[in-house]
Ligand binder design. Structure first.
Ligand SMILES: Cc1ncc(COP(=O)(O)O)c(C=O)c1O
Length: 438
């Protein structure tokens, strides 16, 4: 951290300054001073290839000129047109533009600042609309850090321990995590759906079940794509039993997986779609979409907030959606994702400690395993650190942090993919060598 003179303090005691919480540790030692496209520039003068994109947020790359121009223009016009007090034009424009990309019928929108808040808005709507208390969540899912969202999160105890009581009414059902179970996808899907039926028969009766919430690709849970049969099975049970299907597209939305929405890979449409992250290229904006008839069932007063649909964030989101369309970023994510995946698979083929490469589009991950096939977070951490030395920024995920993920901006080109792969190969070599283990 820099002090007020711009110098890096040596110890906290010496500077007598406030500091960040000791738990707010950065995954890399980089102090970012500037971002451009797929690159971040550190105060050490180095340029880093950013395969984290602010945890999948800077969809159009760092400081895309059109996003910057839209935000600058809006800052000079209207920063905060509080959206339950007045309507503002960027919000009107955004609602129209989202209509061009949302699934048919999901034509009513409510906006918040963060993914967690949007997930909670979906939860409130599901309970109020159905009059039922329980929400089914899929094991390994991540839905956020606020207490209700953390109560629905099962991707790691670190997100939900020590502040109980959590929200009641959450029931966990399996996700078809084929690699974890050691099965093929078909077997894992059959198991997950059988267990769902058993859960509805033994724990949460349909009459008590408001919704099931699921990510099309588990994010923090380890980048595990759902299967078509699983999502179709959820849809069928939701329709049969009268509960809602909520798709949490916070990480998978806005082109990330090589489709505009992750669920398009599976041909299954939700009742409520949750979006955030890539929507505004780095400005805080999130929301839910549902049919007008469903949205109307929310109780008066249950939707609102001081900062939701901030005018600058909405202007940035409008620019983002234009760029995604005009620069064909969804198609680019698919093509570049294919190239990146091939490279990752080639590295995996020659590395004994890699158990799996998986993901969709530009949401890809490599899972590290010990000799007996168990999770290997130590090697994953070494590889992630070695990648920083190579100028490549990466993040971990998975229950044990045993998975290294790649989520570069959707504007990435072949040259940057290849540079990233070269750095990745060197980092894997360094992180898995005998010397590194000792
Ligand atoms: C799938 C998913 N849902 C919800 C969230 C929570 O979003 P936020 O961190 O904006 O609250 C995240 C964040 O990583 C996420 O990946």
């Amino acid at each position: 951290m820099l002090d007020r003179t711009g110098a890096r303090p040596t110890t906290r005691r010496e500077t007598n300054m406030t500091a960040l919480s000791p738990h707010l540790r950065q995954a890399t030692p980089v102090v970012a001073v500037r971002g451009e496209g797929v690159h971040l520039y550190g105060d050490d003068g180095r340029r880093y290839l950013d395969f984290t994109a602010g945890i999948g947020v800077t969809s159009t790359g760092h400081c895309h000129p059109e996003v910057v121009a839209a935000a600058r223009e809006q800052v000079g016009t209207l920063v905060h047109g509080q959206y339950t007090t007045v309507m503002h034009q960027p919000l009107q424009r955004l609602v129209g533009k989202l209509g061009e990309v949302l699934p048919e019928g999901l034509d009513s929108l409510f906006f918040t600042n963060s993914g967690s808040e949007a997930v909670e808005a979906a939860l409130r709507l599901a309970r109020q609309a159905t009059g039922r208390p329980n929400i089914l969540v899929c094991h390994g899912g991540f839905h956020g850090r606020t207490v209700a969202a953390a109560s629905m999160t099962t991707s790691g105890t670190r997100f939900r321990s020590g502040f109980s009581p959590l929200m009641s009414g959450v029931v966990v059902t399996p996700f078809p995590s084929a690699f974890r179970y050691g099965w093929d996808e078909e077997t894992a899907t059959r198991f997950a759906l059988q267990e769902l039926d058993y859960t509805l028969q033994t724990i949460s009766s349909p009459a008590d079940t408001a919704a099931v919430i699921v990510e099309p690709v588990l994010g923090e849970g380890g980048y595990v794509p759902a299967t078509r049969a699983f999502l179709e099975g959820l849809r069928e049970r939701a329709d049969r039993h009268g509960f809602l299907l909520v798709l949490d597209e916070v990480q998978t939305g806005v082109g990330r997986t090589g489709r505009f929405w992750g669920h398009e890979h599976f041909g299954v449409t939700p009742d409520i779609l949750v979006t955030a992250k890539g929507l505004a290229s780095g400005f805080p904006l999130a929301g839910i979409a549902a049919s007008e008839a469903l949205m109307a069932k929310a109780w008066p007063g249950s939707q609102g907030g001081t900062y939701g649909a901030n005018a600058v964030a909405c202007a940035a989101a409008c620019a983002t959606l234009d760029i995604v369309r005009d620069e064909k970023l969804v198609e680019n994510a698919e093509a570049m994702g294919k190239r990146l995946r091939q490279g990752l698979e080639a590295v995996a083929d020659r590395t004994a400690g890699i158990g799996d490469v998986r993901g969709l589009g530009l949401m890809l991950a490599t899972e590290f395993v010990t000799e007996d096939g168990g999770p290997d977070p130590e090697t994953a951490a070494r590889v992630q650190r070695a990648a920083v030395d190579q100028g490549l920024l990466l993040l971990l995920c998975g229950a044990w942090n045993q998975v290294v993920r790649m989520i570069p901006a959707l504007v990435i080109d072949e040259t940057a993919v290849d540079q990233g792969l070269q750095a990745w190969a060197a980092a894997v070599e360094a992180g898995t060598s005998g010397a590194a283990r000792r």
